[in-house]
Ligand binder design. Structure first.
Ligand code: NOJ
Length: 559
C-alpha cells in the first residue's frame, strides 16, 4: 500500500544490525536472506519501518561503517537480488525500509581510495579525499594535532610506491575510514548517484551517518585538534571540523532528489550536536528528521524525562519536523543495563571490568527499561528501537578480549608500565567498545547459537540469552516480547496528531500526559504507590493491583 508523504512523522522504526540479526547460511554472520526469513516476526511487532545498518561490501574495520562499495551488498551478506527480494517481502508486510548512508568516509578498500594511494600528490584522485603534507623537516609530523574517534591521531601517513614515506590522509574515525573531501563536486555527485540507486530500487528512507562532519574548514585544518565530542564544538557553525553551516547546502540538494519520488524519500540525521543545531538538519527542505539522543545519556528520572520530552517536541515543531525518541542503538550500552546499574556508574569502566565494578540489578533495569519504552511509544513523533530490546536483552558485558571486534576497543590503547617487569611497557585498553550490544539475537533457546545461525556466531552469545530467546517468550503471555507486541499494536491504533498535554499529578515522581483519542500515559518513576486516574487500562509495563501503580511502571489508559 502506498504511504502518504507524512507517514514517517509518527512511525515506529526498528533498527536491524544485519550481521547480528539472523544468519541464513551458517557462516556466523547475519545476512539479507536472514532478514527476509524473519519478516513475519517484524510484522508481529506492528512496525512502520526498519532501518538497516550497513550491509555493503566492507573490510569490517568498523562493523560495516567502512564502506568499500556504496551500491552493492557484501557478498557474505547476499546479493542485490537478495536485497530486492527482502525489500519486496517487507513492503508486502507494509514495512518501509531505511538504509544507512555513510558519507563522511569510505573504507580504505574503496576503489577511489586505492586509486588515490597510487596517484601523485595534488592529483584528481587524491583530491577526492583529504591528503596533506606533514609538518616538520621531513613531513614526519601529522598536518594537524586533530584527534580521531578511534585512533590517537586523525592522520595516517602513506608510503609511496618506491617505499619512501609520503603524504598523510585524514580520518575522523579509524585509519581504515578515510574522510572524503566534500568540497569536491565529484564526491557530491557520486553520493547523489548512490541515493538514487537505492531510492530507485524502492528504498523508502536513509539514515545519514555523522551528518554533521562532512564539511571542513580547509583553511584552518592545520590548527584542528578537537576530539569527536560534538558538544564541545562552536554553536554558530564556525567549527573547523563539525556542524559547519555549509553542510546544509548538501542536504538541501539531497532533499530535491528525495522529493522527486512519490512518496518523497525520508531521511534522518545522526548529528551529535546541540539540540538547537541538530534541528537545522531536520528542516523540511533538508533531511526532515534528526535523531534526538538526549535520552541516551539520561538517568531514569522524572524531571529529566519531562524536560527532554518538552524541549524536543517544542524544538521539532519549531522547525516543522517531528521529534524522534531513542533509548538504544548499536553504539550504546543497552538501556535495560543502564537503568539497572547504580546512578553515576562509569559505563566505560564497568565494561572494562567485565561488569564487576558495579552490581547490575537486572529486575530493576528491565522494569525501568519497559516503563521508559512504553512512555516513549505514547509520545508524538517517531520512536527508533534497536533489535533485541523487545526481548529485554541486556548488554553482554563480559565478552572475552580475544573475541572483541570493535575498533573502539582495538584502538583505544595506552602504554602502561608493568610492575615488576624489567622491560616495562604493556598496552592497556581504555575502552571496551560497543560489541556488547551487537551480540547476535537469540531466536531459539535450545539450538546452536540460539537459532541465530547453525553453529558459532561472529560474537559469542552468553548462556543467559536462552531466557530471552524468541521461542521462550512466544510460549508465555506476559513476556517482554509480548509487551512490545501489544504496545506497538495499540500505538498503531491510537497514534494520531502531534498534540501532547501534560496533566498535573501533584507528585513530582509521576508523569501523566494525554494524547488525542483519549489516550493517557502515566509513568511512576519513583513513587511507591500512586492511585491511577479513572480510565480503562490498555496496557501496563508491570502488573497493576488495586488501581495503583508502583515505581518504575508505565500504564496507558483510555479515558
Ligand atoms: C556512527 C555510527 O553509528 C558508528 O557505529 C560508526 O562507528 C561511526 N558513525 C563512524 O561511521
Amino acid at each position: 500500500m502506498k504511504k502518504n508523504a507524512d507517514w514517517w512523522r509518527q512511525a515506529a522504526i526498528y533498527q536491524i544490525y544485519p550481521r547480528s540479526f539472523k544468519d541464513s547460511n551458517g557462516d556466523g554472520l547475519g545476512d539479507i536472506k536472514g532478514i527476509t526469513s524473519k519478516v513475519d516476526y517484524l510484522q508481529s511487532l506492528s512496525l512502520d519501518a526498519v532501518w538497516l545498518s550497513p550491509f555493503y561490501p566492507s573490510a569490517l574495520a568498523d562493523g560495516g561503517y567502512d564502506v568499500a562499495d556504496y551500491r552493492n551488498v557484501d557478498p557474505r551478506l547476499g546479493t542485490l537480488k537478495d536485497f530486492d527480494k527482502m525489500l519486496k517481502a517487507l513492503h508486502k508486510a507494509d514495512i518501509s525500509v531505511f538504509v544507512d548512508i555513510v558519507p563522511n568516509h569510505s573504507s580504505d578498500q574503496h576503489l577511489w581510495f586505492q586509486e588515490a594511494l597510487k596517484s601523485e600528490p595534488g592529483s584528481a584522485a587524491r583530491n577526492r579525499y583529504i591528503f596533506r603534507d606533514g609538518r616538520g623537516k621531513h613531513g614526519e609530523i601529522p598536518p594537524s594535532d586533530e584527534i580521531s574517534h578511534f585512533a590517537p591521531s586523525a592522520w595516517t601517513r602513506t608510503t609511496n610506491s618506491d617505499g619512501t614515506l609520503g603524504q598523510w590522509y585524514m580520518h575522523l574515525f579509524a585509519p581504515e575510514q578515510p574522510d572524503f573531501n566534500w568540497d569536491n563536486r565529484e564526491v557530491q555527485l557520486d553520493f547523489i548517484k548512490t541515493l538514487r540507486f537505492w531510492a530507485d530500487r524502492g528504498v523508502d528512507g536513509f539514515r545519514i551517518d555523522v551528518a554533521h562532519a562532512l564539511k571542513k574548514d580547509f583553511k584552518r585544518l592545520h590548527i584542528a585538534k578537537k576530539s569527536m565530542s560534538g558538544f564541545e564544538i562552536a554553536q554558530d557553525g564556525s567549527d573547523i571540523l563539525f556542524d559547519r553551516n555549509e553542510v546544509h547546502e548538501i542536504y538541501r540538494e539531497w532533499r530535491k532528489v528525495f522529493d522527486e519520488y512519490d512518496p518523497p524519500r525520508v531521511a534522518v540525521a545522526e548529528a551529535y550536536v546541540h539540540a538547537k543545531r541538530r534541528m537545522l538538519y531536520a528542516r523540511p527542505d533538508e533531511l526532515g528528521q534528526a535523531f534526538n539522543f538526549d535520552l541516551l545519556g539520561a538517568d531514569f528520572d522524572a524531571r529529566l524525562f519531562k524536560k527532554i520530552i518538552s524541549d524536543n517536541i517544542r524544538l521539532a515543531q519549531s522547525e516543522g519536523s517531528s521529534s524522534t525518541w531513542v533509548l538504544d542503538n548499536h553504539d550504546r550500552v543497552r538501556h535495560a543495563t543502564r537503568y539497572g546499574l547504580p546512578k553515576k556508574t562509569d559505563l566505560i569502566q564497568w565494561l572494562l571490568s567485565d561488569g564487576k565494578s558495579a552490581k547490575l540489578d537486572k529486575e530493576l533495569g528491565l522494569a525501568r527499561a519497559n516503563a521508559a519504552t512504553l512512555m516513549l511509544l505514547a509520545l508524538p513523533g517517531c520512536t527508533y528501537m534497536y533489535q533485541g530490546e523487545e526481548l529485554g536483552l541486556f548488554e553482554v558485558e563480559d565478552i572475552a578480549h580475544d573475541d572483541l571486534q570493535d575498533p573502539q576497543w582495538l584502538r583505544n590503547v595506552v602504554p602502561q608500565m608493568v610492575k615488576g617487569k624489567i622491560s616495562g611497557l604493556a598496552l592497556i585498553h581504555t575502552d571496551k567498545g560497543r560489541d556488547g550490544c551487537r551480540v547476535p539475537l537469540p531466536w531459539q533457546a535450545r539450538t546452536a547459537s540460539f537459532g541465530f545461525g547453525r553453529e558459532k556466531s561472529h560474537l559469542p552469545q552468553p548462556k543467559w540469552f536462552a531466557e530471552h530467546a524468541v521461542d521462550t517468550q512466544d510460549k508465555v503471555n506476559d513476556s517482554n516480547l509480548s509487551l512490545y507486541r501489544r504496545a506497538l499494536a495499540l500505538r498503531k491504533k491510537y497514534q494520531s496528531g502531534e498534540e501532547l498535554e501534560w496533566i498535573s499529578t501533584g507528585n513530582p515522581e509521576v508523569l501523566h500526559f494525554k494524547r488525542p483519542n483519549g489516550w493517557h500515559c502515566v509513568t511512576s518513576f519513583n513513587s511507591k504507590s500512586f492511585a491511577l486516574p479513572a480510565g480503562e487500562i490498555l496496557i501496563s509495563s508491570a502488573p497493576i493491583k488495586g488501581g495503583k501503580i508502583k515505581a518504575n511502571t508505565t500504564v496507558w489508559l483510555k479515558a
